[in-house]
Design a protein around this ligand. Structure first.
Ligand SMILES: [Ca+2]
Length: 308
């Protein structure tokens, strides 16, 4: 699809290229025991897997699919009363499906307005794509999205080494630690050192940290020990098709360390742009790079919910 056609579609809306729907999975603040956000995860019309949907995406329908995903996620979330819960809505997006940051956001804004969904409760998750990521392009997208009140999350951090460069180049509002880092964290001192360093750096940059893929109480305890309170994973709740699922905290959580006693990871927005903060981050980044060279994922757990 040409850029001109795509920009025209932004104004006029796009047709859903094939049937699909969404599931929602909570991201829980285990400290306050409240849902921080729900991530919208693409599913087939009969709750088929994300993979079955993604197989239908190609170069010619990628733009329409990306736009349709936003419309579907916001519309469903509004219908389910997500905004009234006070939680955010996380939407995965494809940077390569955005031609003009200003033009391509119009349908999203229009949908949010028509659904009475607050823009400051929308979080866009992006991940380094399989293709070479155009960092300058993503930076322009992020700047425009922030202008509109959206938050930005760097998804699947730790799944690839270049995530460190993205964190430096595109400081997001939220960093989502991939299950490659959090898996069996309690048994992996090197991974734990990396996670602790990322939490510290995120605090310096004013980013919040979410631990993805938490499936055991040991993993939950380990991420909490690292100072992370925002958690997503099967241990708390699986994605629910066209519904906002409740979550369950393991009983042992009452005995886990309280984060009040741990280093804060509260956002400090001003720090994001400050040079001293960036300098501290740059030196910390080298520490992380050194640690990452020692980090070799082992015993990979299959991704049951491939997400986009
Ligand atoms: Ca995601």
């Amino acid at each position: 699809m040409s850029s001109a056609l795509s920009c025209s579609a932004c104004k006029n809306g796009v047709a859903q290229p094939f049937p699909f729907s969404m599931a929602f999975q909570p991201i829980v603040d285990v400290d306050s025991e409240r849902v921080f956000a729900y991530e919208a995860l693409v599913r087939g019309p009969q709750a088929d897997s994300a993979a079955s949907v993604m197989r239908q995406v190609n170069e010619s329908n990628r733009y329409a699919f990306d736009q349709s995903c936003r419309v579907k996620a916001i519309g469903l979330a509004a219908h389910l009363g997500l905004a009234q819960t006070g939680a955010r809505l996380c939407i995965n997006f494809m940077p390569q499906a955005v031609y003009s940051p200003v033009a391509c956001i119009q349908l999203t804004l229009k949908t949010a307005r028509s659904c009475d969904f607050p823009c400051d409760h929308l979080v866009f998750e992006f991940v380094e794509s399989e293709q070479t990521l155009d960092t300058a392009h993503v930076r322009r997208i992020i700047a425009e999205y922030r202008k509109q009140g959206f938050q930005i999350a760097l998804d699947d951090f730790g799944a690839g080494y270049s995530g460190l460069n993205l964190l430096a180049e595109l400081p997001p509002d939220i960093v989502k630690l991939d299950m490659a880092l959090t898996r069996n964290l309690h048994q992996r001192p090197t991974a734990r050192a990396i996670v602790e360093s990322v939490v510290k750096l995120a605090g310096t940059l004013g980013c919040q940290v979410i631990a993805e893929g938490i499936e055991t109480t040991d993993e939950l305890k380990a991420v909490r020990d690292c100072g992370i309170s925002l958690v997503q994973g099967y241990l708390l709740a699986k994605p629910a098709f066209e519904a906002l699922p409740s979550f369950t905290l393991p009983k042992q959580s009452a005995h886990l360390p309280q984060l009040a006693a741990l280093p804060a990871q509260q956002p400090a927005i001003a720090a994001r742009q400050s040079s001293p903060a960036r300098n501290r981050f740059a030196s910390g980044l080298q520490v992380l790079r050194d640690a990452a060279e020692m980090f070799v994922p082992s015993n990979p757990r299959s991704r049951e919910t491939p997400i986009r």
